[in-house]
Ligand binder design. Sequence first.
Ligand SMILES: [Zn+2]
Length: 111
Amino acid sequence: MCPHCGKTERQIKRGRTLSGSQKYFCKDCLRVYTPNPKRREYSDEIKKQAIKLYLEGNSGLAVGRILGISKNLCLYWVKKYSKKLKPKKVFNERVEVIEMNEQYDFLNLKK
Ligand SMILES: [Zn+2]
């Protein structure tokens, strides 16, 4: 049953969460939900620590070893965090690089 609109029909399976719980998609209200999420929560503190260690130059594997988490989980947090920091950035990255190059050429011409 969809927790958002209460419908029991038109519910389709859609992938799994990181901890392996089945996710469903409600075709009625177009929302994804997890009926029985497995409890495997990590504190914000450990997430922050993982991201910090990663940004300091440790590999995902190293961070995982330090904090006792999996490499994939560490990379997942980093990915999630960077998405929060710069939304839509991935899409625009190419454009920004081109603009920077143009600026560089412009500065060279001025000399
Ligand atoms: Zn629904």
